[in-house]
Design a protein around this ligand. Structure first.
Ligand SMILES: Nc1ncnc2c1ncn2[C@@H]1O[C@H](COP(=O)(O)OP(=O)(O)OP(=O)(O)O)[C@@H](O)[C@H]1O
Length: 246
């Protein structure tokens, strides 16, 4: 199943309660619908549970109650690797390249699940080098020596290499020099134009809403607002002020 063949599945959180310790409640009965071929953005003040909701979708954290479903199937029990096999890929926050490995080996690791089919494995790596031309001349370079912008493109490439049907993207421009931030949003725009299914958690509210089809906001770990992008554009300044006072 590819991202753009019109059969991308819907990912949902259904009444999820979750936390990191025995008694903390970081998400409280949170529900979200990540529609196929749409960009869904999750916003909210610091600590409201945005990244935690993404971790529940990726499988790095399991819900205490509630479920995660993909095309209606309960996948709550699946670990992140199993979810990747089902087409759910994650672009994590911060640097995630393996700094000691070459660019090429980082890509090969991303395509690891294809290793038994040499042709498909090589084709997947080549497709990413074609897509991210900046990486081609750098492929034998140690990833730790890349610039911040080059490393981010390698991370995009590694996330896309299996042609996932759902992309979970956490704070994609955090830690990047301001001049590189536009490049990240240009890439997100390209992914949107390709009709990919994207969940984006972002503190860059204006840029994220600019990309969004659907917006959810969280407050204190609970669903707050939700709706189509148009309904949010006029009230962004108020929302941000409200969050800063929270
Ligand atoms: N690994 C962790 N272990 C323990 N508590 C955590 C962990 N990650 C997050 N938390 C706590 O869960 C709550 C929600 O954090 P989360 O990172 O999901 O919020 P967020 O909305 O993404 O915040 P930010 O915008 O600051 O990234 C916070 O109180 C945070 O301290």
């Amino acid at each position: 199943m590819t991202a753009t063949d019109g059969t991308a599945p819907e990912l949902r959180l259904n009444g999820v309660t979750a936390g990191y310790f025995a008694n903390d409640i970081v998400l409280d009965d949170v529900s979200m619908r990540i529609e196929p071929a749409k960009v869904t953005v999750v916003l909210g003040p610091n600590g409201s549970g945005k990244s935690t909701a993404l971790r529940i979708m990726s499988g790095f954290l399991k819900p205490r109650t509630g479920t995660v479903t993909l095309a209606g199937e309960d996948i709550s029990h699946l670990d992140p690797g199993e979810r990747l096999s089902r087409g759910i890929a994650v672009l994590p926050q911060g640097r995630s390249v393996f700094p000691e490995l070459t660019v090429l080996d980082n890509l090969r690791l991303g395509a690891w699940q294809l290793r038994s089919d040499r042709g498909a494995f090589q084709a997947a790596v080549d497709a990413m080098l074609d897509r991210y031309e900046v990486l081609k001349p750098l492929r034998m370079r140690i990833a730790g020596s890349l610039s911040g912008g080059q490393a981010r493109m390698l991370e995009f490439a590694r996330t896309l290499i299996l042609q996932p049907s759902v992309l979970l993207i956490d704070e994609p421009s955090v830690g990047l020099a301001p001049v590189l931030v536009d490049g990240v949003y240009d890439e997100l725009e390209r992914l949107k134009d390709e009709g990919r299914t994207i969940l984006l958690v972002d503190q860059n509210v204006q840029a994220a809403v600019g990309l969004a089809d659907q917006v959810y906001t969280l407050a204190y770990g609970k669903n707050h607002l939700e709706g189509a992008r148009d309904g949010f554009e006029g009230q962004l300044d108020d929302l941000i002020k409200q969050w800063l006072n929270l």
